[in-house]
Design a protein around this ligand. Structure first.
Ligand SMILES: Cc1cc2nc3c(=O)[nH]c(=O)nc-3n(C[C@H](O)[C@H](O)[C@H](O)COP(=O)(O)O)c2cc1C
Length: 324
């Protein structure tokens, strides 16, 4: 992994931006590398990492930041926390590791996160939120962005909140079209995100929420600079490529639905191999169990196959069960 300077800028990133959403427990290095092989244009985010841990170079958190600079660029590291001095220190560590950008989590609704005044809770403390952006952005030369939600319990605060973040130094915003109070219920509402772009036309604004097929991306891009996709990629790592193709006028298709399960097996095994390469066989394959269950969803005999796949311990186990 190389430290050093990145020439990534949100303003010059290829439009429309297609970003892989940060997902804790999902978007580790193997997942990001798989997505990047299929959709080289995608911008990938890490899982969220604690600024408290990064500030003290916590071993586990530092390991979670490992990435392959040849396969994973642009690579954005997402951080969370609430102490400005830790944001300053963490931002320096992230830049030193060679990442292309730093994203601040102001959207996580998890009770554990919000009760510590991290994540979505920052929407209720805009002054502190701006201070964190300022602390991170003055510490580094790579761009700082924020991922947030429409608001706490109303989308009316979105424009003033985001304006403050931009004034504090944020260069891009990814907005999940739900309120904190929605958690993951209902459907994402993108209208306030379009209004935000109208209010801040110079700022890179990325919309997020409920993109499951390429047509969803075409339908939702509107006036935005890009889209971010999360859950739709689980069990369907081809989705980012389908979206890139649709944006490039190469037709709207679903690679996942056009392939037989036998045709998917090499990709699934490639995912396993990347997990083993990045985390070692035991940890890598244990973590692959959930992904394997997603890959077989909907196929004939899924139940029996899943029951065996969620017990794999080695890459060879997966190969045998999949008949490869
Ligand atoms: C398993 C899981 C983990 C997530 N972890 C994070 C995270 O670490 N940071 C973050 O900003 N959002 C996180 N999110 C939220 C997603 O980034 C995204 O905003 C949300 O899932 C909506 O987009 P989607 O409908 O495309 O999935 C997570 C979501 C899921 C399902």
């Amino acid at each position: 992994m190389a430290s050093g300077s990145s020439d990534f800028h949100w303003q010059t990133a290829l439009r429309p931006i297609v970003a892989l959403a940060p997902m804790a427990g999902v978007t580790d290095a193997s997942y990001r590398q798989l997505i990047k092989t299929l959709a080289p244009q995608a911008i990938v985010y890490s899982e969220f990492l604690s600024t408290d841990a990064l500030a003290y170079s916590g071993k586990k958190t530092m390991a979670m930041m490992h990435f392959d600079p040849h396969l994973e660029r642009p690579f954005i590291v997402q951080i969370f926390g609430k102490k400005p001095e830790h944001f300053l220190a963490a931002a320096k560590v992230v830049e030193q590791m060679g990442a292309d950008g730093i994203d601040i989590n102001m959207g996580c609704p998890a009770a554990k996160v919000v009760s510590s005044c991290h994540g979505s809770a920052l929407i209720k403390t805009p002054e502190l939120a701006a201070e964190l952006v300022h602390a991170a952005s003055r510490a580094v030369s790579i761009p700082v962005s924020v991922k947030t939600r429409l608001g706490w319990n109303t989308a009316e605060t979105l424009i003033p909140f985001c304006t403050r973040l931009i004034e504090a130094g944020a260069q891009a915003l990814a907005v999940h079209g739900r309120l904190f109070t929605d958690k993951f219920t209902g459907s994402a509402d993108w209208s306030a995100i379009y209004n935000l772009k109208e209010a801040l036309p110079q700022v890179t604004i990325i919309g997020n929420g409920d993109i499951l097929i390429a047509q969803d991306a075409l339908d939702r891009i509107g006036n935005l600079d890009g889209i971010m996709v999360g859950r739709g990629t689980i069990g369907n790592p081809w989705l980012c490529r389908d979206i890139c193709d649709a944006f490039a006028g190469k037709g709207v298709h679903s690679t996942k639905d056009s392939m037989t399960f036998a045709e998917k097996i090499p990709f699934i095994l490639e995912h396993c191999a990347l997990a083993v390469k990045t985390k070692g066989e035991r940890k890598g394959m244990l973590e692959m169990r959930t992904h394997l269950a997603h890959y077989v969803k909907g196929i004939k005999g899924a139940k029996e196959l899943r029951a065996r796949l969620v017990r794999v311990e080695t890459l060879e186990d997966a190969r045998k069960i999949l008949g490869a």
